[in-house]
Design a protein around this ligand. Structure first.
Ligand code: PLP
Length: 407
């Protein structure tokens, strides 16, 4: 009998089951109103359009679309991405700056593989995207957490500088800072234009790669957007991740990385070892979807829906949550999530099971903290629950929170 565990590599031993995936199994019961998942609303999936496009593409270029493709991407898709980045973000790119990936999560994994040696410090926001933490953790990252400012403008840049200074003095080889700057998962916070500028200055001063992971940027339903950091950067320090998961459909598993040629080339080589190429099929369908101008339309449709749902959630919270100086929430101008902070003595890890008893679910904030603290916080998703469920679910949650208030 083989002892499987004994045979696992050091990297495999570091792998942990995702806390969220385990929790989601509990919240799938139909009687539970779940604000837990990070799913786009299925109403936004362009099913009829995809049926028509699959038919067209298969008849026109099925022999190519079902074949292995180049690692650097299906040419028609890369071409659409270049136009998209120009139109949406003002970027002048060449194909050498772009690599299609099997979604952003693959990009995070490949970047971890390329950049992280065991015990390398990786600087992350507190809170940050759990999937980023898992991807980097398997390569032995040592996380250094940078808190967010309370004014909702994103990470505390003074703290970031302090941590960089300390690491530099200790002779540590930090390589990159990971940020989710637009409607962050989990907090919904967007990094302000001034802070973006400062972070880029620091990336020059302290010589670090800035990893800008931005799946929600296009989903801005109010307010004005700060610039992409890739656009603002004049030194070639930034690598940006994009995905079609929230603007089109996560089932396609399609995304892309934008970065300096040298880095994209290395990423390409790592990708060859990982999956040879992003599926030609999904890239060919996506290229046609974009060529028909349907991506913009889909995004517009999603934005209308998410704006309505976000307002329903915030209105319900204003109405039903206890008035308390230490109970507050973010009010994002886009994306899929908002973030609730409760008085320090709350433990949302423990409270989760009581919430499920009351038939409402959220994700505990500690799941997104590299130090597993922040136990008085929770992530709330507003894109997936139906409009009808939002008010009821918030009422249930507010009643539970009220019952646990000590003052
Ligand atoms: C910040 C962030 N990065 C990356 C991902 C991964 O997305 P995908 O692999 O579907 O592109 C997500 C998904 O929720 C996310 O929120």
């Amino acid at each position: 009998m083989i002892d499987w565990v004994k045979n696992y590599s050091i990297n495999a031993r570091r792998l942990k089951k995702s806390a969220i995936r385990e929790i989601l199994k509990l919240t799938n019961r139909p009687e539970i109103i779940s604000f837990a998942g990070g799913l786009p609303a299925p109403e936004t999936f362009p099913i009829d359009e995809v049926i028509d496009i699959v038919d067209t593409v298969m008849k026109r270029e099925g022999h190519k679309a079902l074949q292995y493709g180049p690692t650097d991407g299906y040419p028609a898709f890369v071409d659409q991405l270049l136009k998209w980045e120009k139109r949406m973000n003002g970027l002048d790119l060449t194909p050498a700056n772009i690599l299609p990936t099997t979604s952003s999560q693959q990009a995070l994994d490949l970047i971890g593989k390329i950049l992280i040696d065991p015990s390398d410090p990786v600087l992350v926001e507190r809170p940050t995207y759990l999937g980023g933490l898992s991807a980097f953790n398997q390569y032995g990252a040592r996380f250094v957490g940078v808190p967010m400012d309370e004014d909702g403008t994103g990470l505390n840049v003074t703290d970031l500088e302090g941590k960089l200074q300390e690491l530099r003095e200790d002779g540590e080889h930090y390589k990159f800072v990971y940020v989710v700057p637009d409607f962050q998962n989990p907090s919904g916070i967007t990094i302000s234009q001034e802070k973006r500028k400062r972070i880029l200055e620091l990336s020059d001063e302290y010589s670090f790669i800035l990893l800008e992971d931005s799946p929600y940027r296009e989903l801005r339903f109010e307010g004005t957007a700060p610039d992409m950091m890739y656009k603002m950067d004049t030194s070639g320090n930034v690598v940006t991740l994009h995905t079609m998961s929230k603007t089109f459909a996560p089932g396609f598993r399609i995304g892309w990385v934008v970065g300096p040629e040298e880095f994209i080339d290395k990423l390409n080589t790592a990708k060859q070892a990982s999956d040879l190429c992003t599926p030609s099929f999904t890239q060919s369908i996506m290229a046609e979807f974009m060529a028909r101008g349907l991506l913009e339309k889909n995004i517009e449709r999603a934005k209308l829906l998410y704006k309505k749902k976000k307002h329903l959630m915030v209105d319900a919270m204003e109405q039903f949550m206890p008035q308390h100086e230490h109970i507050n929430w973010t009010n994002p101008e886009g994306g899929l999530f908002l973030w609730i902070t409760l008085p320090e003595y709350f433990d949302t890890d423990k409270m989760f099971f009581e919430a499920v008893d009351k038939k409402v679910a959220y994700i505990k904030g500690s799941a997104f903290d590299c130090y597993h603290k922040m136990k008085n916080t929770m992530r709330m998703n507003f894109s997936y629950p139906s409009e009808g469920q939002i008010e009821d679910g918030i009422k249930r949650l507010a009643t539970l929170i009220k019952s646990k208030l000590k003052d």
